[in-house]
Design a protein around this ligand. Structure first.
Ligand code: PEP
Ligand code: MG
Length: 587
């Protein structure tokens, strides 16, 4: 038995088998029982074969245009059969009874430590190839396993999460009916985690420094949030005491609780909608208590098994199903937000079409994408618009355009909507008027929000992109991830500016970036005057709980103070201190 001392941030005692989540490396490590060992080995083998097929296809394509580059892929194909890689991962799965993702990650670490020591520059460069290949193997292991939630569903027993860090967006994906509590290495800096734990009503201990290294996957662990400790391999007596305490935990809220609308402690109504990627996510959104779909990322329609473009009728069926499924709540469909390469690859049954992650990596973030591409390639856009307008009869549809940087683009897009409606009218199909909005995610749109507001029915602030373009920080580039700072004064100012333009023009404005999924940031956004949000479905219950504990008057005063602060660090400190005073978090 071993006791680890930390900071209890959410009271209660629970026990369970440890699942180790290393957020930094984006891998989950869990114990694989005897019965599932063969399954795990097979997953790895299938990932190797998928990777091989993809590399052969890419090599062929590249060889046509740039034969000198094709040899890079030969190197990766050879590595795929190197005994140091997949075979070594197979051994690790067998010996340590761990999941394939973890084994592959572990092998990568062994590999890179060797590479770092060699002086030869050529060999050191090969590290990039290994990294690429390992990334591909991990991506292909995910094939058929959509989210962390699905992975956690595969666990056999009640478990607890031991993580280096647990971000709100990650926590939102966890099935908390299975996971009983959590403990993290990180401490007070991620005070957001504390809010989260209390809202989820799961015992939690943070600030353990190295628990994710000390605790092994599958090890029995007691998390005592009241006594601020984690007990590894507890004695029978300690375990019995933990189980006794666990039995007395109050049951958490049921259906009615989830459907309750979000209201602050002083009665301000906040609208919470869901961001979804697939039509199947609708059930999760409803279950979480979403009042509507605030962002449907429709480009995911193009990632289906066939990779081929969906016809107008097929798209119509998808949109209709979604509108009927969400009724009477609204569904906001964002028209395709992809770039030219992605569109090509999806329309022509690209070998990489099986994985969004691969496309994502190659996405041109400042190029011909979103509405710009739709205007340049009007045919797929017209098909989508016609399908949408036809579906509009079946519920409350709103259409919004991504990546708008000028009023001209918006006018052109509106003209295309009229054209689609005219075409349907010629076919004898009348369509109802549909509210049209834009995602404010490019600084140029934010700075001209007053002009755009005159010509649209609503705004949605897309902070994921807005942050990256305002701060010139690529949101997918790990090397600058510390600069990707939602609390940068520039970001708060730009949000205030967009909201003001919308209020002046009397059009609704919501915010759909990841920021809204973080309960601490959400309270600040309410303080800045926003009342409509769209977020990952799993974040909605937590958001409701947190909002119910704060007074909007206090938040407005807090926001006023914060808007005068010069750095993100000052802002975060002020925010956390204020939430602490409001007893939302216990320091
Ligand atoms: C955004 O940019 O904030 C957004 C919600 O869209 P996406 O993450 O799909 O770019
Ligand atoms: Mg965006």
């Amino acid at each position: 038995m071993k006791r680890l001392r930390g900071i209890g941030v959410s009271p209660g005692v629970v026990s369970g088998r440890a699942v180790i989540l290393i957020q930094r490396a984006q891998v989950l490590r869990y114990q694989v029982g005897e019965a599932r060992l063969a399954h795990e080995l097979e997953r790895l083998e299938r990932s190797r074969e998928r990777s091989r097929q993809q590399l052969v296809d890419i090599r062929q394509r590249v060889a046509l245009r740039r034969p000198e580059v094709a040899s890079l892929f030969d190197a990766q194909l050879l590595m795929l059969d190197d005994p140091m890689l997949v075979s070594r991962a197979t051994d690790l799965i067998r010996e340590q009874r761990v999941n394939a993702e973890w084994a592959v990650q572990q092998v990568f670490r062994e590999f890179t430590s060797v590479f770092d020591e060699v002086a030869d520059a050529y060999l050191r460069e090969r590290k990039g190839d290994v990294s690429d290949l390992v990334g591909r193997l991990k991506m292909n292991l995910q094939h058929g396993v959509a989210t962390l939630r699905d992975l956690l569903r595969e666990l056999d027993e009640a478990s607890v999460i031991i993580a280096d860090e647990l971000t709100p967006s990650l926590a939102a994906q966890v099935d908390w009916t299975k996971v009983r509590g959590f403990a993290t290495d990180a401490g007070s800096r991620t005070a957001h985690t504390a809010i989260l734990a209390r809202s989820l009503e799961v015992p939690a201990v943070v600030g353990l420094h190295n628990a994710s290294e000390i605790v092994g996957p599958g090890q029995l662990v007691v998390i005592d949030g009241t006594a601020s400790e984690v007990i590894v391999d507890p004695t029978a007596e300690v375990l019995a005491r933990a189980s006794h305490a666990e039995d007395r935990r109050p049951a958490s809220g049921g259906d009615a609780e989830r459907r309750r609308p979000a209201v602050t402690a002083d009665g301000v109504r906040i609208r919470l909608e869901a961001n979804i990627e697939f039509p199947d996510d609708l059930a999760a959104a409803r279950y979480a208590g979403a009042e509507g779909i605030g962002l449907y990322r429709s480009e995911f329609l193009l990632t289906g098994g066939s990779g081929a473009a969906l016809s107008e009728d097929e798209q119509f069926e998808v949109y209709r199903g979604m509108l009927e499924g969400m009724a009477p709540g609204p569904v906001t469909v964002r028209t395709f937000d992809i770039d030219e390469d992605q569109l090509e690859s999806r329309l022509s049954r690209h070998p990489l079409a099986g994985g969004w992650a691969a496309d994502e990596e190659r996405a041109s973030r400042q190029g011909l994408r979103g509405l710009r591409l739709s205007l340049k390639r009007p045919e797929p856009f017209q098909v989508q618009l016609r399908a949408l307008l036809r579906a509009a009869r079946h519920g409350q549809l709103r259409i919004m355009f991504p990546f708008v940087s000028s009023v001209e683009q918006l006018r052109e897009a509106r003209r295309m909507v009229r054209e689609a409606a005219a075409e349907l009218a010629r076919r004898g199909e009348a369509t109802p008027p549909v509210p049209i909005g834009v995602v404010i995610e490019i600084p140029a749109a934010a700075y001209t929000a007053d002009l755009l507001a005159r010509e649209v029915d609503f705004f949605t602030i897309g902070t994921n992109d807005l942050i990256q373009y305002c701060l010139a920080v690529d949101r997918a580039d790990e090397r600058v991830s510390r600069l990707y700072e939602p609390l940068h004064p520039a970001i708060l100012r730009v949000i205030v500016m967009v909201r003001r333009a919308a209020v002046r023009q009397r059009i609704p404005v919501s915010l759909c970036g990841e920021m809204a999924s973080d309960p601490a940031l959400l309270t600040l956004l309410v303080g800045l005057g926003l009342t409509d949000f769209s977020m990952t479905p799993g974040a909605i219950p937590v958001a409701k709980q947190v909002l119910g504990e704060v007074r909007s008057g206090d938040l407005r005063a807090l926001a006023r103070r914060i808007l005068r602060l010069p750095t993100a660090e000052d802002i975060e400190r002020e925010l956390m201190a204020a939430l602490g005073r409001l007893s939302l978090i216990r320091e």
